[in-house]
Design a binder for this molecule. Structure first.
Ligand SMILES: NC(=O)c1ccc[n+]([C@@H]2O[C@H](COP(=O)([O-])OP(=O)(O)OC[C@H]3O[C@@H](n4cnc5c(N)ncnc54)[C@H](O)[C@@H]3O)[C@@H](O)[C@H]2O)c1
Length: 328
């Protein structure tokens, strides 16, 4: 089996889960493998940049199942560097899909994101909800989905797509924006008020523990329908006020919020209708209360504080004027 992006946050958990199931796993990633992942039984590393088609073909050869997780996972990075985001997510995914076709891979599972829906028009959202991404990240993930689905229809690529809602668990990068669960815990474990932007009652999310997400991905590989898209969430709606309460209960000390409601940009409900996933016989096992307790234990007292803020918009750049030589 291959896991692209297996050196990253979700990928590391998936590689661990597959190794525990006794699978032989090749991690395709342009980054170094963390030592604990490299030491797992049956795990090897094939270094490749998926923007390069030759490297992609070589790295995927011999795979029967491919989990494609590599890419940019940050909306903020996509706003700052949209071409970089597009290359990683759209071009990289096209390369993986085409390589899987050429190499006769039997199953490709693509980890997409609920970001492709854009601003929700209804809640909970089923997979047929319209897709109008408002961030370049959403557009590049959707482009990856559309490319793979078109390869399924035009050439029989055996692909299944999962759209993850908000993932949390050990190993998240605190310098990346998003991921309210670990951010809330990090501020609170430092005995500081938790900064929140928006309306803490109207801003509701669907949190899925990373180990449940990996279980769902394995289910898609085993039983997902070719060409089908599945929401990957808990199906449970939690407001940011409820999350703060749960953080307080998990740590035995009430959480304080420092609310900035000057921007209501993402104060909406982002909750999955998970009935299609449930019909495959999978439902998440880790309740938020348990997940918070175990994550608080892993983070320990005074963990590193989150540093990034979510950015949805940037100043329009100065108009660029090229000289003839530079334009060539
Ligand atoms: N973390 C989340 O909250 C979340 C939510 C929904 C969907 N997703 C999706 O899950 C996937 C994994 O997310 P994550 O949080 O683990 O991200 P991550 O940034 O922790 O890991 C991504 C991995 O991909 C590798 N990678 C990136 N570009 C590559 C390239 N061109 N060639 C080879 N390797 C490359 C990186 O080195 C890294 O190890 C992403 O596709 C993301 O869109 C994540």
């Amino acid at each position: 089996m291959v896991v692209t992006g297996g050196a990253g946050f979700v990928g590391r958990h998936l590689v661990t889960a597959l190794s525990r199931l006794g699978k032989k796993v090749t991690v395709v990633d342009h980054a170094e493998l963390p030592a604990d992942v490299a030491a797992l039984p049956g795990v090897r590393h094939a270094r490749a940049d998926l923007r390069d088609y030759g490297e992609t073909l070589l790295a995927l050869q011999g795979a029967d199942v491919v989990f494609h997780l590599a890419g940019n996972a940050s909306g903020t990075v996509s706003v700052e560097k949209p071409r970089h985001d597009f290359h990683l997510n759209a071009l990289g995914t096209c390369n993986v899909g085409n390589a899987c076709l050429e190499l006769g891979v039997q199953r490709l599972v693509y980890l997409s994101s609920a970001i492709v829906y854009g601003t929700p028009r209804s809640s909970p959202m089923g997979e047929d909800h319209p897709t109008h991404p408002f961030l370049p990240y959403g557009a590049s993930k959707l482009s990856g989905e559309l490319t793979l689905r078109s390869l399924q229809q035009s050439a029989g690529l055996p692909v299944v797509i999962g759209r993850s809602f908000v993932v949390y668990g050990p190993g998240e990068d605190p310098s990346r924006a998003g991921g309210e669960v670990s951010q809330f815990l990090r501020w609170h474990l430092n005995e500081l008020p938790i900064p929140v932007v928006g309306d803490i009652d109207r801003k509701t999310r669907d949190f899925i523990h990373v180990e449940d997400l990996c279980g769902a991905l394995v289910t898609l590989a085993d039983r997902g329908r070719d060409g089908e898209t599945y929401n990957l969430g808990s199906g449970t709606e939690v407001s940011l006020r409820e999350l703060a309460d749960a953080v307080g209960k998990a740590t035995g000390r009430p959480a304080l919020l420092d609310v900035d409601d000057s921007s209501l940009e993402d104060s909406f409900s982002l909750v999955a209708d998970v009935s299609r996933l449930a019909a495959l016989g999978f439902s998440p096992a880790i309740r938020l209360a348990e997940g918070l307790e175990s994550l608080a234990a892993v983070l320990g007292p005074f963990p590193e504080l989150p540093t990034a803020k979510a950015v949805f918009r940037k100043e329009r750049p100065e108009r660029r004027r090229l000289t003839e030589a530079a334009a060539c």
